[in-house]
Design a protein around this ligand. Structure first.
Ligand code: HSE
Length: 348
């Protein structure tokens, strides 16, 4: 039967899921006309704000207006001052679980459990969280297949810029053997501000204020965020089974403000580069490190929060995709694109 209504539970209600609610609520009729389906938010759970579950749907204006205050969901009908992730994921009437909690780059939890509970209970998942992908990608993909549901994660690499589907679907069969990219918006934005004379500390604060940086921005500047993205992309492209132990990782913390300004004076730019290549014997070499690029290099002009990845393929040579790599609305768009993909799978 053709499905046009999706009940959705939001796990995590930070900037990204708030932006998603905003996108959905601006003009519901236009949304339905363009998408061909309706979205009904039935539950939200957040470690700081608490939780709310209304099987018939939550008023989106109330969600848009919810203050950022501890236990704020308790003020809504059916609201609770405590998060209730497990019960909502397993027992609510949601068809799709949107997981947008903070990435834990050491264990991947609790997001891995959120995805497991959802998929094992026959619910589709869209996540923007790098943890489940970097630590449990194969297990979760297998679980989704076994339960005949979708596991989508476009926002994990380059936020809303559709790089995973682009490489996986639109370049399929082109024999991609390498990718090289600027894959962290915060690091690129910070490098740009330091080139203009700001200190590292002020530049990082600015990235946090704009919503680009991770909750712990050391993941951005020490290269760990890029490392997780390299793992996700390599595994998606080549079924590579890469883990963190396989990726050499150095961040922009190894650069000084003087080094960055000197490079500009020499007509060069430092960029944090993530790359991986597939060798003839099938092995994968992957790394993250700052590189000094001269002005003619295609990635040297990628500025601010913009990211870019060049795929090198046997049939097409180099193909570069560039676009926003972070941001609340940009990442919320990635979730919307995942829901569109789920809708297309459900209705094949
Ligand atoms: N902190 C990340 C970045 C967010 O700056 O790129 C998007 O993954």
């Amino acid at each position: 039967m053709y499905k046009i209504n999706y009940n959705i539970a939001l796990i995590g209600f930070g900037g990204v899921n708030r932006a998603l609610v905003n996108i959905i609520s601006i003009n519901p009729e236009k949304f339905y006309r363009e998408m061909g389906f309706n979205i009904c938010i039935v539950a939200v759970s957040d470690i700081f704000l608490g939780s709310v579950y209304s099987p018939e749907g939550i008023d989106l204006d109330l969600l848009n207006e919810l203050p950022v205050a501890k236990g704020a969901f308790a003020s809504l009908r059916n609201g609770n001052a405590k998060a209730d992730n497990e019960d909502i994921i397993k027992n609510s009437n949601a068809d799709i679980i949107v997981e947008a909690t903070v990435t834990d780059s050491v264990t991947g939890q609790a997001a891995i459990s959120h995805c497991r509970w959802a998929l094992a209970n026959g619910k589709h998942v869209s996540t923007t969280n790098k943890g489940p992908l970097a630590f449990a990608e194969k297990e979760l993909i297998d679980l989704a297949l076994k339960n005949n549901v979708s596991f989508e994660y476009e926002g994990v690499v380059m936020s809303g810029t559709p790089v995973l589907r682009f490489a996986d679907k639109l370049m399929k069969g082109s024999e991609i053997n390498k990718f090289t990219g600027i894959m962290n918006g915060t690091a690129n934005y910070v490098l740009g501000l330091v080139e203009q004379g700001q200190t590292f500390t002020d530049a990082i604060t600015s990235a946090q204020q704009q919503g680009f940086a991770e909750a712990d921005p050391s993941a951005d500047v020490e290269g760990k965020d890029v490392m997780l993205k390299v793992i996700v992309l390599a595994n998606r492209l080549w079924d590579a089974n890469l883990t963190q132990d396989d990726v050499k990782c150095e961040g922009i913390t190894s650069l000084s403000e003087v080094m960055i300004k000197e490079a500009v004076a020499e007509g060069q730019h430092w960029k944090l580069i993530g790359e991986a290549s597939k060798k003839d014997d099938g092995s994968i070499i992957a790394s993250v490190s700052p590189k000094k690029l001269d002005l003619l290099h295609p990635l040297s002009g990628i500025n601010g929060v913009v990211n870019a990845i060049t795929f090198t393929s046997g049939m097409l040579g180099d193909v570069t995709i560039s676009g926003p790599g972070a941001g609340r609305t940009e990442t919320a768009y990635a979730i919307l694109s995942d829901i569109i993909a789920i809708h297309q799978h459900v209705n094949v």
